[in-house]
Design a protein around this ligand. Structure first.
Ligand code: ACO
Length: 327
């Protein structure tokens, strides 16, 4: 028995902020952002709209396309770096309630921007083990509300959005998920983090500021890590399955920075056209970026049954991972 991606959906907030808009509130420019990242716009959730709100909307699209109701779900796995609450309750439980998924278990999975890859592999394994029949996996982020607007190194990079898939038991030999490669390197924990508010750096009344809890990143350290692991993952996934790059229809990577992917493509001698990008429009939406890109490719008719889609991700932890989906 195996599992397959039965449907995909996404929800993107309407409000769109251009690079020029940002250059009016901080010392940056469209030219710098575009040339260093490829990003042109990002979408921003209105204040009061939460990670669970975006996730619920993406989940409804995926459920409808799967021909299922919320009551058909037995598990909800939500991945996020921006949960509705610190630690608990899980944002997945808020989504479970909003959907009315009365038969589903629900939990959050924290693996930074690699969260979606970790979560879909866990969903597949739950189906193979018989724990669940229909699993909703949703990556959802409101990163603009944890961005430090005084830090131009990071504030220009991130956007909000949500992407979801329904994973069910495979119906045939053609559509199935391969085992993922899931890795980590916790020695890099402090290069990409939200520092304060947890147990190690607790919130101190009157001392802890918003910026202490905001997203912090050492960009160049992450850049080097990202190029290295993306290159390794793509090579290993293709070799492990005895494939060549010609067998892969699309590489859908975590949408962090165009330059990271161009560097990986160059090292691997893979044409950049193999990579599906939409970071120009949505910027980096962390654990939501892969399903948002997958959804867009699906809606544009660029993915069809039988296609092999290679996914790769990297992010806070540090974590990284990839897999091949036989659509
Ligand atoms: N606008 C204008 N200038 C800027 C900006 C900005 N937004 N940000 C930085 N600069 C300046 C710097 O101050 C520096 O100026 P200086 O030379 O006068 O000191 C100059 O640009 C170069 O800065 P660098 O940090 O060296 O720029 P770099 O070329 O490394 O690009 C970037 C920075 C885009 C962040 C790059 O390091 C990167 O892509 N890193 C990986 C980021 C990433 O992938 N993050 C996501 C990973 S995980 C996740 O998704 C949560």
């Amino acid at each position: 028995m195996n599992a397959y991606i039965r449907s995909v959906g996404a929800f993107i907030p309407e409000k769109r902020v251009t690079n020029d808009d940002l250059s009016k509130v901080m010392d940056t420019s469209d030219e710098w952002i575009k040339s260093h990242t490829g990003i042109e716009n990002r979408h921003v959730a209105e204040i009061g709209v939460t990670t669970a709100d975006l996730a619920t909307k993406a989940a409804k699209v995926a459920l409808e396309r799967a021909g299922l109701t919320a009551e058909d779900l037995d598990m909800i796995i939500l991945t996020t770096a921006t949960p509705d609450y610190i630690g608990f309750p899980a944002t997945a439980c808020i989504v479970q309630d909003k959907l009315g998924a009365t038969n589903a278990g629900a939990f959050d999975m924290v693996a930074g921007c690699t969260g979606f890859i970790y979560a879909i592999d866990n969903a597949k394994n739950m189906i193979i083990a018989g724990t669940a029949k229909n699993v909703l996996v949703v990556g959802s982020e409101v990163l603009t509300q944890v961005s430090n607007m005084q830090d131009r190194d990071t504030a220009v990079l991130f956007g909000d959005g949500s992407g979801a898939v329904i994973i069910s038991e495979s119906l045939d030999d053609e559509s199935y998920m391969e085992h993922a490669i899931l890795k980590s390197d916790g020695s890099g924990a402090e290069v990409l983090m939200r520092k304060s508010g947890g147990i190690k750096y607790p919130f101190v009344d009157g001392e802890t500021t918003f910026n202490d809890t905001a997203l912090y990143m050492e960009g160049q350290a992450v850049y080097k890590f990202a190029v290295k692991v993306n290159t390794e993952l793509i090579k290993e996934l293709i070799e492990r399955s005895n494939l060549t790059i010609n067998d892969i229809s699309w590489i859908i990577p975590h949408q962090a920075n165009m330059r990271i992917l161009q560097a990986a493509a160059k090292r691997l001698k893979i044409p950049i056209e193999k990579f599906y990008f939409n970071l120009m429009e949505y910027a980096n939406t962390s654990s939501a970026s892969i399903p948002i890109a997958m959804n867009e490719a699906y809606e544009k008719g660029k993915i069809k049954k039988g296609d092999k889609i290679l996914l790769t991700g990297f992010g806070a932890g540090l974590t990284y991972g990839g897999t091949i989906i036989n659509w």
